[in-house]
Design a protein around this ligand. Structure first.
Ligand SMILES: Nc1ncnc2c1ncn2[C@@H]1O[C@H](COP(=O)(O)OP(=O)(O)OP(=O)(O)O)[C@@H](O)[C@H]1O
Ligand SMILES: [Mg+2]
Length: 317
C-alpha cells in the first residue's frame, strides 16, 4: 500500500558564519537511500532521534516535498507523478500543522475540508458527527476553535485527516500534546480503523509507550538511514540488551554449581543476565531448588532505541 525505494533528500541550507561575512551553502543529508514497503491495513511506527529524517520522509510520502531521487507508490499510484490522486486517498496530520481556521467552529472546519475533498454537505455531517465522537469533541462541535485547548485542536486535526475516509494515514507525532485519555482514544481509533477498514497507517513518534502499544511493526531511522525494521520484539533482540533475572534462595548453591550467590537478609541472591529469558528461566529454577522469589527485568523499547542509535542511558539497576 505504501512503497518507497531509495529515497534521497538533501536540503541546501544558507548559512552566514559571523557578522558581515558572506553566506555559504551547506548540504544537509536528511534521507540517504530509504527503502521499505507497508502492506494494506498495517500500522507502522516510525522512530528516530531528532533530526533523523522522519518528518522529511513523511512529507515526501504525503506529496508535500519532492525527493532528489527515488520512488514512492501509494495505493498503486506514483506519488511523485500523480500527487493529486494520492492526496485524495491519504489523511495527513503533520507535527507543524497549523491549518485550521481559528474563527470557525469544529464542525465548520470539517465542512471546509470535506468540501475541499468534494464531499456533499450531508455526507460531511454524517461522517463528522461520528469522527467528533471518536475524538471526544462532540460537545464542542459548535465552539470556535480559537477557544479550544491545544490538545482539542490536535484531536480536531485527526478528525479532519479522516473526513474523506482515507485508505492511508500519515501522522507525524499525532499524540504529542494530548493527555493520557486523548492518547488512548486515538490509539483505539487507529487500531479500529486498521481492523475494520484496513486503513494503512505510518506514524512517527517519540513516545515509546505509543510505539509499544499501537504499531505491529517499527521502522527506526537514524541519520537518514533505515537502521531497523521489525516488530518491537525484533528491535529488542537487535539491540542485544540482556534481561536481568534475580533469584532469591534460602540456601547457598553448591560451590560446583557455577552460580555466584551473594548473601542477603534471610538467604542468598543469584543474578543472571541473558538474551533469552524465556529459555533460561526454567533451567535456572530447576538448578536452584531453594528459590523463593524470582524477579525479571526485561530491556525496554526505550533502551533498545538508545542502543540502536548509539546513545545510552545510565544503568539504573
Ligand atoms: N526545511 C529544511 N531546510 C533545511 N534543513 C532541513 C529542513 N527540514 C529539515 N531539515 C534538516 O533535515 C534533517 C532531518 O530533519 P527532519 O525534520 O526530517 O527530522 P525528524 O526526524 O523529523 O526530527 P524530529 O524528531 O526533531 O522531528 C535535520 O538535519 C534537519 O535539520
Ligand atoms: Mg519531525
Amino acid at each position: 500500500m505504501i512503497e518507497c525505494r531509495d529515497l534521497l533528500k538533501t536540503y541546501r541550507v544558507r548559512e552566514r558564519k559571523g557578522f558581515l561575512k558572506r553566506s555559504e551553502i551547506r548540504n544537509v543529508s536528511a534521507l540517504r537511500g530509504v527503502t521499505f514497503s507497508i502492506p494494506k491495513g498495517q500500522i507502522v511506527g516510525l522512530l528516530g532521534p531528532n533530526g533523523a529524517g522522519k518528518t522529511t520522509l513523511l512529507k515526501i510520502l504525503c506529496t508535500l516535498l519532492l525527493p532528489d531521487s527515488g520512488d514512492v507508490q501509494i495505493a498503486d499510484t506514483n506519488a511523485l507523478y500523480s500527487p493529486k490522486s494520492v492526496r485524495k486517498r491519504i489523511g495527513v496530520v503533520l507535527a507543524s500543522d497549523r491549518s485550521l481556521y481559528w474563527k470557525l467552529t469544529g464542525q465548520e472546519n470539517l465542512n471546509v475540508y470535506g468540501a475541499l475533498y468534494g464531499l456533499s454537505l450531508s455526507d460531511i455531517r454524517k461522517r463528522s458527527l461520528d469522527l467528533l465522537k471518536s475524538v471526544n469533541l462532540f460537545e464542542f462541535v459548535n465552539v470556535p476553535i480559537e477557544k479550544y485547548s491545544t490538545g482539542m485542536r490536535k484531536r480536531l486535526m485527526i478528525a479532519r485527516a479522516l473526513i474523506h475516509k482515507p485508505e492511508v494515514l500519515i501522522l507525524d507525532e499525532p499524540t504529542s500534546g494530548l493527555d493520557i485519555q486523548g492518547k488512548h482514544d486515538l490509539w483505539t481509533l487507529l487500531k479500529q480503523l486498521a481492523r475494520t477498514e484496513q486503513v494503512t497507517t505510518l506514524l512517527a513518534t517519540h513516545d515509546m509507550e505509543e510505539a509499544e502499544a499501537v504499531p505491529e511493526r517499527l521502522l527506526l531511522v537514524h541519520d537518514g538511514v533505515l537502521h531497523a525494521d521489525g516488530t518491537p520484539q525484533d528491535l529488542l533482540k537487535a539491540a542485544g540488551r540482556e534481561s536481568i533475572i534475580r533469584i532469591d534462595l534460602t540456601e547457598r548453591p553448591a560451590p560446583d554449581s557455577g552460580f555466584n550467590a551473594n548473601p542477603i537478609v534471610g538467604g542468598f541472591r543469584v543474578e543472571y543476565r541473558t538474551l533469552d529469558p524465556e529459555q533460561v528461566l526454567p533451567t535456572l529454577l530447576r538448578r536452584l531448588p531453594s528459590a523463593i522469589r524470582v524477579e525479571r527485568r526485561d530491556p525496554t523499547l526505550a533502551e533498545a532505541f538508545l542502543a540502536l542509535t548509539g546513545a545510552s542511558l545510565e544503568d539504573e539497576t
